[in-house]
Design a protein around this ligand. Structure first.
Ligand SMILES: Cc1cc2nc3c(=O)[nH]c(=O)nc-3n(C[C@H](O)[C@H](O)[C@H](O)COP(=O)(O)O)c2cc1C
Length: 390
């Protein structure tokens, strides 16, 4: 029997129902295997398997290259934060065709996160609800693990690595800045770029750090941290649930900090507290979707993520680079986000539902749109609002 897309054939039926194998267990299982592959990548059987994966999934084309954040990305599509929280597969994300991968969120203190179940599949909507709560080994162990993988140094990696940091739950809000600074000091020397997560809905008080005063202070403190290397570009990841006023205030702050060389860009956006467009039902906890806390990701947040990105772009007009993330699950959605003003794109939930083939499908889709519009490179499409040509 020849199977067109083994992922859709074997995993697709599991993803078609809310219940069935626990989504967190499935993620852990795949990460376990990816971690082994990353550690054993020079061992011939793993090397062979990774080379075959890369041959199927990678698309190398100079038109896909992006000069952005002072870095060269082999292509504009990255893995969003949250899948590889400890960076166990850092060495092999390029084999899956990604131009970059954001690892984390990592916190200064190791932590277990919220009690399970804390990740729910919403199959009908191709979505997920999660309240993981930054379960991770802590930034010290993550830094050791990354060093042990003997990665090429920043700037020379086949897929760039962003390291995403957040506040430890046990740390008070008053001590939040110092908590971030600890992780920043440990991880920044290993990163192509750093991202500060001030937008997860699952750590109490975290989103308050999006206020202009708090964010200015946090970024100032991180940039003043002594490092043995030059500081990598720093980005801030924001929530989709900001009011228009809050968003514009944030955009102004980002512009100011960008002009001072303190902030490289904005990642828009994290999961949403909104529950609109979801079929009413009870989850395995017996609670309704409205009663269940956590952040929504996947197809239902696509429209609001796109609108938020458009709003940022119309205000900033390309003066601050934007990474677009939220509900991207097709070449068309990727093109829409790029032409709305995203310099780079990230996927998470869509990648789980569509499978690894999403990456080459998106990259090929972007190339076809370039041809159809007579453009030379993806960079030329950013913020143009050029339509998707079927
Ligand atoms: C299970 C899960 C865990 C996540 N964990 C993190 C995280 O630790 N840090 C973070 O910045 N974003 C995290 N995210 C948010 C994603 O990076 C992304 O911003 C969001 O899911 C929207 O993109 P998507 O619709 O493509 O999934 C997580 C998302 C999911 C589904």
């Amino acid at each position: 029997m020849v199977v067109d897309d083994p992922y859709q054939h074997f995993i697709g039926p599991i993803l078609a129902k809310d219940d069935g194998p626990d989504p967190e267990f499935m993620s852990q299982l795949s990460l376990q295997a990816l971690g082994w592959a990353a550690r054993g990548r020079h061992w011939p059987p793993w090397r062979g398997m990774l080379a075959s994966t890369a041959a199927i999934l990678q698309r190398q084309d100079p038109r896909l290259q992006r000069q952005c954040l002072g870095l060269t990305f082999p292509n504009p599509l990255g893995l969003a934060a949250g899948f590889d929280k400890n960076g166990v597969a850092a060495a092999i994300w390029h084999c899956f065709g990604f131009g970059f991968a954001e690892l984390g969120t990592m916190t200064a203190l190791p932590q277990r996160g919220n009690p399970r179940p804390r990740l729910f599949r919403l199959a009908a909507e191709q979505a997920a609800l999660n309240r993981m709560g930054f379960n991770n080994h802590g930034s010290l162990r993550a830094a050791t693990g990354l060093t042990k993988q003997q990665l090429p140094p920043p700037g020379l990696r086949p897929a760039l690595l962003g390291l995403n940091i957040g506040k430890s739950r046990a740390t008070t809000m008053a001590a939040a800045t110092e908590d971030y600074a600890v992780s920043y000091g440990r991880l920044a020397p290993l990163a192509d770029y750093m991202a500060i997560n001030v937008s997860s809905p699952n750590t109490p008080g975290l989103r308050d750090l999006q206020s202009p005063e708090a964010l200015r202070q946090l970024i100032g403190r991180l940039r003043a941290t002594p490092l043995p290397t030059p500081h990598p570009p720093l980005l801030v990841k924001i929530a989709p649930d900001l009011t228009d006023g809050q968003l514009l205030e944030l955009a102004e702050l980002a512009l100011d900090l960008h002009e001072q060389g303190e902030l490289a860009g904005i990642i828009a956006n994290n999961t949403s507290l909104d529950r609109q467009g979801l079929e009413a039902r009870r989850l395995i906890t017996g609670r309704t979707l409205a009663e269940e806390s956590g952040g929504l990701s996947g197809a239902p947040i696509r429209a609001c993520s796109l609108a938020l990105l458009r709003r940022l772009w119309s205000h900033l007009q390309g003066r601050v680079p934007l990474i677009g993330v939220g509900g991207i699950d097709s070449p068309k959605a990727a093109w829409e986000r790029l032409t709305a003003g995203a310099s780079l794109l990230q996927v998470y939930t869509g990648w789980i539902y569509q499978g690894p083939q999403l990456v080459p499908a998106v990259l090929e889709g972007l190339l076809k749109q370039l041809d159809a519009h007579g453009l030379n490179a993806v960079a030329d499409g950013v913020g143009t609002e050029l339509p998707w040509l079927p």
